[in-house]
Design a protein around this ligand. Structure first.
Ligand code: ZN
Length: 231
């Protein structure tokens, strides 16, 4: 199979983003994975199973169709894709707006998942990023699309782009792979801060109207104006 520029671009992006999981301390050993949808196609790129983070290259990322089947003859097709590929594929099939999926067992997020407890929205940074709590999804065994169904059922219609899968870890989605990695980084940061806050005493809730206002401002106004957008 001849790979086009768009596939090569997503391969490079997904390979590079795995270094961000290491940089922010979200993964140990070979755990965790990032995938990215190839825009305008029914394909996505994902980390192979069990590959050392130091060995990740664009050429050994695995190209899959939306059923999670490796595209025969593509670069990296000799490697088995991540054991979470079925979950990623399910999300891409069910949520066409999603362009990237990330999975980690990052410590603080997974600690909340181990308790089956959502991270309550008690800091403005969480209101900005997630528009409320980070919810908990159902317990699911790895391998088939049970995890994917749990992610989609929990995040559909929810502002949060991150979900704590019970007794397991974090899944995050985004408009592309970078956006999903950002959600995973921010979710771990929020889980850590709120955990530490609770060690020191009772959490002070945020007014839901303030959460709405913060979320709206951050999603629509914050940052640099898009090129060509009215100021
Ligand atoms: Zn996992």
């Amino acid at each position: 199979m001849i790979e086009n520029d768009e596939i090569r671009r997503v391969r490079a992006q997904v390979a590079r983003l795995h270094a961000e999981l290491v940089r922010y301390g979200l993964v140990v050993w070979t755990a965790g994975n990032v995938s990215g949808r190839v825009p305008g196609s029914d394909l996505f790129v994902i980390k192979p199973s069990g590959l050392d983070y130091d060995d990740i290259r664009p050429a050994n990322m695995v190209l899959c169709d939306l059923d999670g089947t490796v595209v025969a003859g593509s670069e990296g097709s000799g490697l088995a894709p991540s054991s979470d590929t079925a979950a990623h594929a399910y999300v891409y099939r069910a949520m066409p707006e999603v362009g990237g999926v990330v999975h980690t067992h990052s410590t603080y997020a997974t600690a909340w998942a181990a308790r089956g407890e959502p991270v309550p929205c008690v800091i403005t940074g969480m209101a900005d990023e997630f528009g409320g709590e980070i919810p908990v999804g159902p317990f699911a065994i790895i391998g088939d699309d049970t995890i994917g169904r749990g992610i989609v059922a929990t995040l559909s219609g929810h502002r949060s782009r991150a979900v704590l899968m019970r007794n397991h870890g974090l899944f995050a989605i985004g408009k592309d792979a970078r956006d999903a990695v950002k959600a995973a980084v921010m979710a771990e940061d929020a889980a850590r801060t709120v955990h530490i806050a609770r060690q020191g005493g009772e959490l002070v809730p945020l007014d839901p109207a303030d959460v709405d206002a913060l979320f709206d401002r951050y999603q629509n106004v914050y940052g640099q104006p898009a090129k060509g957008a009215p100021r």
